[in-house]
Design a protein around this ligand. Structure first.
Ligand SMILES: [Fe+2]
Length: 238
């Protein structure tokens, strides 16, 4: 569990969408930056490409992004993984064609005062599902799949992979997940893996918007994907 629970909880707020956070010209610049960056992860099984926005790339965009974000969420520090050669990282671009499953991005250092995470939408079609339920441990993927639970290994953690856990099934209520919501948004998840969860927001992606939510919120993609989705995620702490 995170050490500074009271302060973390005092910083929590409902998810928020900022319409047109960046304009069409800035969208083009972010996509250009995305194309220029080296690939960090190309996971064929999960059908996801990840690229870190590292220091030295997109130099004009960096102050613009930091200032705009500061005007919305106040003072913050970036909490993205620093690269092997100690370069600062301003966010993580993710391009995916299959929906991300249930997880939380609460970080890896339990002494940190984790704060907001943000997502800039760089493609037209997609949905993010944010749950009312929260978790105060480290970054974790929540699964009831025995094989996935076996993926917990020090080797995988070194690679930056999340802990796999099913402890969420004992943490909330025994109430089955809403069948309509499952059918509409979460067909890629086993409904039994969603026991006790309640949706707070289904955000329908709009190019150039910014989605802000707490790092303690459980979330995932919805199953409604047409083509590939591209987003830029940033994690912050106080
Ligand atoms: Fe996430």
């Amino acid at each position: 569990m995170h050490k500074d629970l009271n302060n973390i909880k005092s910083l929590e707020s409902p998810p928020k969408v900022i319409k047109n956070f960046i304009n069409s010209d800035e969208i083009k610049q972010f996509l250009k930056l995305y194309n220029e960056l080296p690939v960090t992860v190309n996971n064929i099984k999960q059908k996801v490409i990840k690229k870190r926005w590292i220091e030295g790339y997109g130099k004009d965009l960096e102050p613009l992004f930091q200032e705009k974000l500061k005007s919305l969420i106040g003072d913050f520090k970036m909490d993205n993984l620093i690269t092997e050669d100690k370069k600062e990282c301003f966010g993580l671009f993710q391009e995916s064609i299959s929906p991300l499953k249930l997880h939380v991005d609460a970080g890896f250092n339990l002494n940190d005062l984790i704060y907001k995470q943000t997502l800039i939408l760089l493609s037209e079609y997609g949905e993010t599902v944010i749950f009312k339920n929260r978790f105060y441990g480290v970054s974790t993927s929540f699964t009831n799949n025995e094989n996935e639970l076996l993926e917990n290994s020090s080797e995988n953690f070194k690679k930056g992979k999340n802990t796999r856990s099913n402890e969420h099934l004992k943490m909330f209520t025994d109430k089955s997940f809403n069948k309509d919501h499952h059918n509409k948004y979460l067909k890629h998840e086993d409904i039994n893996n969603l026991k006790g969860l309640e949706i707070e927001l289904v955000y329908n992606w709009n190019l150039g918007d910014l989605l802000i939510f707490d790092r303690t919120n459980l979330h995932c993609s919805s199953s409604n994907i047409k083509n590939k989705k591209i987003g830029l995620t940033t994690f912050t702490k106080k």
